[in-house]
Design a protein around this ligand. Structure first.
Ligand SMILES: [Zn+2]
Length: 152
């Protein structure tokens, strides 16, 4: 194991409030969120930048970010939208050298609170926030089941 903090989070060796994980990726709350529900999706296997990341895994990470954005809309966070952002390389302000996709919930008219969030980056009750996102993921899975039944 290396000293990469995101590798340690992926391995469960550093604390993080996880909202989702599978064999190859995990998603957890940013400890310095710009907005409530700001989540990071990372590959479990270390890749510093896109240069080192398997393209299929990159697609899988985006798929997970896409799904999280939908889940956050359905959650009690009641987002109206999201910014999905990946800063690749220090030239692009990547701060942790392990690829991560930001999913940042947005609401209509949040320009001022978003700007404040960029400066303050204060956590907002991580446990209840994560619970809301997990509930949104469940709601989304339930919708998928219902629409699959309708197709049959
Ligand atoms: Zn790493």
């Amino acid at each position: 194991m290396n000293d990469c903090v995101f590798c340690r989070i992926a391995a469960g060796q550093a604390p993080a409030t996880k909202v989702y994980e599978d064999d190859t990726l995990c998603a957890f709350l940013d400890i310095r969120p710009i907005a409530r529900g700001h989540t990071l999706v990372i590959p479990k296997r270390h890749a510093s930048e896109l240069e080192d990341l398997d393209a299929e895994l990159g697609a899988h990470i985006f798929r997970a970010g896409h799904r999280l954005a939908l889940a956050i809309r359905r959650s009690d966070l009641a987002a109206d939208g999201a910014n999905l952002v990946l800063n690749d390389g220090t030239a692009a302000f990547q701060t942790v050298p392990h690829v991560h996709l930001h999913v940042i919930p947005r609401r209509h008219g949040d320009k001022l609170s978003f700007a404040a969030g960029l400066l303050l980056r204060r956590p907002h009750d991580p446990e209840s926030t994560a619970a809301a996102i997990r509930a949104g993921i469940s709601a989304l899975a339930h919708e998928d089941e219902t629409s699959a039944e309708e197709r049959e």
